[in-house]
Ligand binder design. Structure first.
Ligand code: AMP
Ligand code: ZN
Length: 467
C-alpha cells in the first residue's frame, strides 16, 4: 500500500511498524457546533483510510479526540451562562449520530480533552525539565520553538513566514518569541465560571489546543504513531506544534506517516463555521439525501484534491447509488450466474484493490465498480446456472462495497431476513414436492406478509423485497 506522506512530500510504501496493527491518530471535532460537511469530508477520508488498511489485512487502533475545551467553547458557554460540559455534551452526541448516519466506522477510542488533564500536565512538566518550555509573566506556559531545532519540518515554512503567521495579540508581549505557542493558559474569570480551569504546578489554568493531541496520542498509542491524519488546515500550526511537543518531550519521531485531506468548498470558498457557508448532515437528511449518496459524492474526487459541494453533484450521486442498490438487490436474489462472471469479478477485485492501495484512489475504484455492475448485469440478463460465477461476483462486490459502503439503506440486504426467506422457500419446495399446495400457499402468504415477492423460474425461485 502507498500513501502520500506530507512530511516527505512523496508517495511512499506504508505498513505498520509491528506488522499487524496500525496505530493511527486522527484530530477530531471541536464540539461547540455540530460538525459541518467539510469536517465530515475529512472524517470520511479517514474512514476510507481505515477500511483500506483493513483490506490489507491489518488491524486498526484509531484514536479520535473530541476537543471539549477551547476559546470558542468557553465564549459560547459564558454567553449562555452554562458550563463547557453543558455545551459540549449535546454536540458530541450529535457528532456521533451524524457519524453513524454517514456510516463512518467508530474509532477504537474517542478521548475527551477535559478527561486527560493529568497527562497534559505531565507532558508540560517534561518539556519544562528539558528546557523547551517556560512560564511567562502572565503565568501561562509557552513552548520555546527557537530551542527546538526541527520546528517547521512538516509545514516547511521558514522563520519569517511563521512570524508573519503568528497572530500578534496583547499577551504576545509575555512571550520570548512571537512564534511561541501556549501549552498551558492561565485561568481567566470566564474559565472559572464555565468550569474550564484546573489546578497545575503553574497555577489555575487550562490546556492549549495542540497539547491535548500530543498527550492523548501518547496515552493511547505510544510515543511513535504509525499514522497521523487530519485536514490540510491542520498542517500549520496544529500538527507542527504537536510534533514540537511530542518530539521535544519524548525524543523520538512522533508519527511515521502524515496524511492530510483537502478541503470541501462551497462556491469556491472553504466551508467553515466562521464563513457561514456550512451545510450540516441534518440538512442533507432532511432533504432526503442518503448516506450512500454523500459517500459516493465525497469519494468521487481524490482526497488530495479540493471538492466543490453543488446540488447537481449530490443529485448525480443519488442517482448513481440507486443503480448500485438495484444491482445489490439483483445480485442477492439471483439464483445462478455465468462462467464469465468469475473473470469479471477477478478484474474488479484486482482493479479496485490496486486503486485503493495507490494512495486511496477511491474515484478509480468506483469507476471499476460501475464497469463491473454494467458487465454483470449483462451476464444476468443472459441468464445461467453457474454457481461459482455468481459466488465470485457476490464476493468481489462485497469486498469493494465493504470499503466504499455505497448501497442505499433501502437496498441493503438484511442477512437475517435472507436466511429466513431461504428457509421458507425450502419449506415451500418440500410442501410442493409432496403436493401439499395448501401449505405451499400458506408459506407464500407468510412471505408476502413480510413484503417478499417470489417468482418461480426454470432456474429456481427468485425473491425480492418489494415493501
Ligand atoms: P475542527 O472541528 O474545526 O477542529 O475540524 C475538524 C476536522 O475537520 C479537522 O481535521 C479539519 O482539518 C477538518 N476541516 C475543517 N474544515 C474543513 C473543510 N472545509 N473541508 C475539509 N475538512 C475540513
Ligand atoms: Zn490534533
Amino acid at each position: 500500500m502507498q500513501l502520500y506522506n506530507t512530511l516527505t512530500r512523496r508517495v511512499e510504501p506504508f505498513a505498520p511498524a509491528d506488522g499487524t496493527t496500525v496505530r493511527m491518530y486522527t484530530c477530531g471535532p471541536t464540539v461547540y457546533n455540530p460538525a459541518h460537511l467539510g469536517n465530515f469530508r475529512t472524517f470520511l477520508f479517514e474512514d476510507l483510510l481505515r477500511r483500506v488498511l483493513r483490506l490489507n489485512g491489518w488491524q486498526v487502533q484509531q484514536v479520535m479526540n473530541l476537543t471539549d475545551v477551547d476559546d470558542k467553547i468557553i465564549t459560547r458557554s459564558a454567553a449562555l451562562g452554562k458550563t463547557i460540559r453543558e455545551v459540549t455534551e449535546p454536540v458530541s452526541e450529535i457528532f456521533h449520530r451524524d457519524r453513524e448516519f454517514l456510516r463512518i466506522e467508530a474509532a477504537e477510542v474517542y478521548p475527551k480533552a477535559t478527561e486527560h488533564i493529568p497527562e497534559m500536565i505531565a507532558l508540560v512538566e517534561r518539556l519544562m525539565s528539558r528546557g523547551l518550555a517556560y512560564q511567562a509573566e502572565d503565568s501561562s506556559v509557552y513552548f520555546a520553538i527557537a530551542r527546538f531545532p526541527g520546528y517547521g519540518k512538516l509545514s516547511r515554512l521558514d522563520t519569517r513566514q511563521i512570524r508573519a503567521g503568528a497572530r500578534v495579540a496583547a499577551d504576545d508581549y509575555n512571550k520570548e518569541d512571537v512564534r511561541d505557542f501556549a501549552l498551558w493558559k492561565a485561568a481567566k474569570p470566564e474559565d472559572e465560571r464555565t468550569g474550564a480551569a484546573w489546578d497545575s504546578p503553574w497555577g489555575r489554568g487550562r490546556p492549549g489546543w495542540h497539547l491535548e493531541c500530543s498527550a492523548m496520542a501518547k496515552r493511547y498509542l505510544g510515543e511513535t504513531l504509525d499514522l497521523h491524519a487530519g485536514g490540510v488546515d491542520l498542517i500549520f500550526p496544529h500538527h507542527e506544534d504537536e510534533i514540537a511537543q511530542s518530539e521535544g518531550a519524548n525524543g523520538v519521531p512522533f508519527a511515521r506517516m502524515w496524511c492530510h485531506g483537502e478541503f470541501l468548498l462551497t462556491d469556491g470558498a472553504k466551508m467553515a463555521k466562521r464563513v457561514g457557508n456550512v451545510a450540516a448532515v441534518e440538512d442533507l437528511r432532511a432533504a432526503g439525501i442518503s448516506a450512500a449518496a454523500v459517500r459516493h459524492f465525497m469519494f468521487s474526487v481524490h482526497y488530495r484534491k479540493q471538492l466543490n459541494l453543488a446540488e447537481e453533484s449530490l443529485e448525480a450521486s443519488s442517482n448513481a447509488v440507486r443503480r448500485v442498490g438495484d444491482f445489490a438487490e439483483r445480485l442477492a436474489a439471483a439464483t445462478g450466474g455465468t462462467q464469465n462472471m468469475t473473470a469479471i469479478a477477478g478484474e474488479l477485485q484486482r482493479a479496485a484493490t490496486d486503486a485503493f492501495n495507490d494512495d486511496l484512489n477511491a474515484p478509480e475504484a468506483m469507476a471499476a465498480l460501475f464497469e463491473f455492475i454494467r458487465m454483470v448485469n449483462a451476464e444476468l440478463d443472459a441468464g445461467g446456472a453457474d454457481a461459482a460465477g455468481l459466488d465470485a461476483a457476490r464476493k468481489a462486490f462485497a469486498l469493494v462495497n465493504g470499503v466504499l459502503d455505497i448501497v442505499p439503506e433501502e437496498s441493503r440486504v438484511d442477512h437475517s431476513l435472507s436466511a429466513w426467506v431461504e428457509d421458507r422457500l425450502s419449506a415451500r419446495r418440500e410442501a410442493r414436492a409432496r403436493r401439499d399446495f395448501a401449505a405451499a400457499d400458506a408459506i407464500r402468504g407468510e412471505l408476502d406478509g413480510k413484503g417478499i415477492a417470489i417468482e418461480d423460474t426454470p432456474q429456481g425461485t427468485r425473491w425480492k423485497k418489494v415493501r
